[in-house]
Design a protein around this ligand. Sequence first.
Ligand code: NA7
Length: 543
Amino acid sequence: MDNFSAAPDVDAVVIGAGFSGLYATKRLRDIGLAVRAFDAADGVGGVWTWNRYPGARTDSLHETYCFTFDKDLVNEWSYTEIHPGQAEVLEYLNLIADRFDLRRHYTLTTTVTSAVFDEATGLWNFLTDKGESLTAKYFVTGLGLVSAPILPNVPGLEEFEGEVYHTSRWPETPVEFDGKRVAVIGTGSSGVQFVSTVVDQARELTVFQRTPNWVAPTGNRPVTAQEIEEIRANHDEVCRLVRNHPAGWPWEMVDRKCVETPAEVREAMFEEAWEEGGFALLYKTFSDLSTDKAANDIVCAWMAKKIASIVEDPEIAKKLTPTHPYGAKRPPAADGYYQAFNKSHVRLVDIKEEPITGFTKKGIRTSQGEFEVDVIVMATGFDAITGAFTRMDIRGVGGKELNDHWSEGPLTYLGLGVAGFPNMFMVAGPQSPFANLPPGAQEQGNWIADLIVHMRENGIEFVQPTEQAEIEWTKHLTEVAESLMTRYGLEANSWFAGANIEGKPRAFNVYFGGHAAHTDLCAAEAAEGYPHFEKVAKVAELA
Ligand code: NA7
């Protein structure tokens, strides 16, 4: 809905209607700004409007995959499952939009194609794909980490006569798989969730795997009434735990080393965490799995045995077993994924051995033959983190293109701002923490609103991080990623490192120092009066 058509110039433009954009819109509106917000989808919900594929659900835990700023809402709303499914998260985000009267700010089904800073006016000029242009003083992005989908770079897709879907562009009307021959390309979170969900519907299911993943079970189950009551009664404690956990999880960090623990003890702990599911194996067992390769080798050897114990054919088990460390790339979770490969109608195609060379009328051609199918599901992922930015035309001071500025990978300060792009702020943008998203979106939305209030109170018209701050942040972020298992991300085609796309700059796109450390750094930056930002009254004063 568009309430501002008579007066197109507003204080702030927000792009995105997921957790990040919705909360930023609310906060900016609450500090008195006139806000217009845009989203390409036809509804609010961000990634959850697009990723409707069967099996889509969070790996985050229900009590933390939500905002915490409104205690009444915390006491009124709860998800029904430990790992909420797509429909429920979408329902929650729609509730947020309604409850806080955010819809009136949004123009949906509209893509902002360019954002150009005009030095003459000191304003950002925006153009949309619907031909609208408007100006604003502040530009806030909530573009999402995984919003720019990619397809395999092989020819012939238009020749295929069956159905084709991308998991992130899933239709709203249900897709029937009963009795069909289904191909799935990709074994990231979307691929493994999809496979586990449709395996018993399809007549044949062929999984094309480029890189195997360590797939833990989810541990999903209904949330009990008693759990909801306890969470509400102890909500401050849940918030404290999330605030202090590197990944924004409601868990205390463990302080015990895998390499110092006897084999029987650690195996019992791995088993218990595996049963609990999701990220319990990574976060609830030992503190050195992410930092010490020797410790990581131990948990990987244990998981490899686990896969071998589930998958009956040793050759298939071997193909399904990753060679990269656990955590080098984003580990998915799904129930019954490995078990699916014991079914006679399920095939695994290792495309490192047998590359896909093209699509045909009837299916998929590899170097060794043709696979005839009725449906092709692309679970091939995204030009993650930076893609939604670099697909736009964003230009700052002096016409500087963001694409040029980021030609060797993203450069930001704290993931919040970019040198040369005054009054542009990012929520969950490149170089921000990779963690449970809603707590970070709330922290960062607050931080941006507080900075704008500070600007207003101090006669500051323009802010941007200094180039030096960007260089230091990028250096720190890289050192952190290189000190962890994420350093193996390049070999594992990790999108954390831009390595899932040929030709994309290899650079760490997210901060692995953790949600807690990042929140502390942001708080210190604000408390000290934003020392890493230039703060000026006139455009000409910007360095
Ligand atoms: P991901 O995690 O990027 O997974 C994409 C998968 O598709 C992954 O297995 C890729 O292999 C594979 N892929 C990508 N391009 C190709 C081509 N050209 N041919 C064959 N296979 C390919 O995306 P998801 O949607 O699963 O998950 C994204 C995030 O959303 C997830 O991590 C959560 O944070 C939520 P690769 O591993 O790159 O070799």
